[in-house]
Design a protein around this ligand. Sequence first.
Ligand SMILES: [Mg+2]
Length: 241
Amino acid sequence: MLKPKIVFSDFDGTLTRDEHMGPIFFDLLALLKKHNIPLVIVTGRSLSWGHFLLTHFPLKDVIVEGGGARVYKNGKLIEEELYVTETEVKRLENFCTELKNDSPHLKLSVDSFGRKTDRAIELWDLQDGVFFHHVEELLTERGINFSTSNVHLNFWCGEISKYLAVTNYLQKVGVSPDEAVFFGDSLNDQTMFKSFKNSVGVSNISKVMDQLVHKPTTILEGPENIGPNGVFNYLKNLLEK
Ligand SMILES: [Mg+2]
C-alpha cells in the first residue's frame, strides 16, 4: 500500500508486549509524528482507559469498548461519543441489575466500572462450566450480544464492532478505508480482518491462527515482528524504504 493517512491499531498484544508498553511504542509515536500520520488506537479496553491514553500520549482519538465508543480531544477537553443509543446503554444497565439478582456471587471485571457500552466478566470467575452455560443462556434469552476473549466474557447491547466504529470514524474525517491501515493480533480484531482491506497481523497472531475465521491480508512472521515491533517494522519499511 501507499503511505497511509491514518494508522489504526489494537492495543493489547499489538502495541504492548508481554503486557507492557516498551520503548518501541515511543519509537512508533516518533515515526508517525515525523510523517504526520495520526495513530488511532482501537481497543476492547474501557472508556476510562481511553481517557488515560489520551491524557498521557500524543493521541487525538481512541476507539474503546470494542468499538462501542470513541474518546477524543476537543481542545483541552476530553470528550466521548457513544456508538450505541442511550436506550441500549440503559438496557445493558438493567441487564446487569438482573444478572446481579440472578447470580449474587458473580462479579463483573474490575474495569467494568469504567465501561458504558459493554461489560466484562473474568473467565476465571466462570470456570465452573455449568455456571458459564447458565450465564450464556441468560444472555441469549435477553438478546444481549456477547463474545469471549482469552480473559473476558464481554457482553453489550446494540451493534458494536471495531469495524463499524472505524468505518464511522473514517466517514467523519473524510478518509477512504483504502488510505488507512489496521494492525491487530487477536480474535476480537476479526471484524477488521474480515472487511478492512489493509489489515496487518503482528507475528504473535500465530497463537490464535487456528481459531481465526477471518485472517488479516498481511501476516507478519518471526520474533522480530512480535507486537509493537511488528507495527514499527512494517510502517518504517512502508514510509522510509
Ligand atoms: Mg489484542
